[in-house]
Design a protein around this ligand. Structure first.
Ligand SMILES: [Zn+2]
Length: 373
């Protein structure tokens, strides 16, 4: 499931295309916010709201793009004196792709297409459209030529393609909402008014702005494992299985420690690890992507320390990364760095070993050696 750094990455990529930062002080008027021409629904189950109808979003100028928990919110100005929003909830397998304007809905995985046009004022509309289609063709041919030369010449072609894409072409393109899963869980809502938008907020605190005392109070309000509390959207916003593994590793705390058992020092360490991990990943993903579209939004990244690294050496102490397996995911941790070398019980492995559960890494190694003999 896309988490805070991933959703921020989508938000940044959308802002670059839909609400350029220089839009308000653009002298030549090139960088105007985009206009949502229409939404094409490919899946009848995607839209979860009835009123207002989706058609009220058509022809509206994009006024903001932001994150709400693990959702992407596109602001579309005011309707009857209240703001209008599209709320995109990616759930687990939902992803966004930026396509050529009016491109067909991607087969099988496509849920919807949002067609955006370059925003323009008044009578400029018509000329923008005809200029737009001409520019489209040239962008494409320039694009494919640049593609070829990118392979050989590299960054020079890249830069020219990007600057064309981020200035005059702002807003012209289609956003594809896809879901590569048989279980269709992704959702789209048309939301009218800020109170209605609040209903989509699970209510968790923002991990990047919460201070240590408030964080401590949240952790100690109920007694759960730290792993569960970090990933509870009603407690903290935007943290899921992947980044909680990385945060707990950075904090040198075991995932199953009870929140009420944490000392003040440990709470402060967890708070610092949470903020530094999320900020580092958000900034890294945005910097790596630049003006490109983030095509590879995944919970598994090679630079991660422990998440998805079961059996691989811990980057700090080199002992093998451990796991606790659940029905559809697993928690990864380093027993040496996070739990003084003690292994945490894994239900799957416990059953396999029939209760003969090794307590330490040494015992586990010994057991493996015995089984090999
Ligand atoms: Zn380690």
């Amino acid at each position: 499931m896309p988490e805070l750094p991933d959703v921020e990455l989508y938000v940044d990529a959308l802002r670059r295309r839909l609400v350029p930062r220089d839009a308000t002080d653009a002298i030549d008027g090139d960088a105007r916010p985009a206009v949502l021409e229409r939404v094409r629904l490919a899946s009848p189950f995607l839209l979860r709201t009835v009123t207002p109808p989706l058609s009220v979003t058509h022809g509206r100028t994009v006024t903001c793009v932001r994150r709400l928990g693990k959702r992407v919110v596109i602001g579309l100005g005011q309707l009857d004196d209240a703001p209008l929003y599209l709320v995109i909830h990616l759930m687990i397998a939902g992803r966004l792709q930026w396509k050529k304007k009016d491109a067909p809905v991607p087969g099988r995985i496509g849920l919807a297409m949002f067609d955006f046009a370059t925003g323009s004022a008044g009578s400029a509309d018509v000329s923008a459209k005809s200029a737009g289609s001409a520019a489209d063709v040239s962008t494409q041919s320039a694009g494919s030529a640049a593609d070829v030369s990118t392979q050989s010449a590299g960054s020079a072609a890249d830069v020219s393609t990007q600057s064309a894409g981020s200035a005059a072409d702002v807003g012209r393109g289609s956003l594809a909402f896809t879901e590569a899963s048989k279980k269709k869980r992704a959702k789209l809502h048309v939301v009218h008014g800020d109170e209605a938008l609040d209903e989509h907020d699970p209510g968790g605190a923002e991990p990047l702005s919460i201070d240590v005392p408030s964080f401590a109070a949240l952790l100690r309000a109920e007694n759960h494992t730290i792993k569960r509390t970090l990933t509870d959207p009603r407690v903290l916003s935007g943290i899921g299985n992947a980044y909680s593994d990385e945060i707990l590793f950075a904090a040198k705390l075991p995932p199953h420690r009870w929140t009420t058992k944490l000392t003040d020092t440990e709470v402060a360490r967890l708070h610092a690890a949470m903020q530094s991990t999320l900020v580092a990943w958000r900034d890294r993903l945005i910097a790596e992507t630049g003006d490109e579209w983030p095509d590879k939004v995944t919970a598994f990244r090679p630079e991660m320390a422990v998440h998805g690294k079961y059996g691989q050496p811990c980057p700090v102490c080199t002992s093998p990364v451990q796991r606790i397996a659940y029905a559809d995911h697993e928690t990864n941790y380093c027993a040496t760095c996070q739990n003084e070398g003690q292994l945490l019980a894994d239900r799957g492995l416990s059953r396999l070993l029939k209760g003969d559960w090794p307590k330490t890494l040494d015992q586990l190694e010994e057991l493996k050696r015995e089984r090999r003999r």
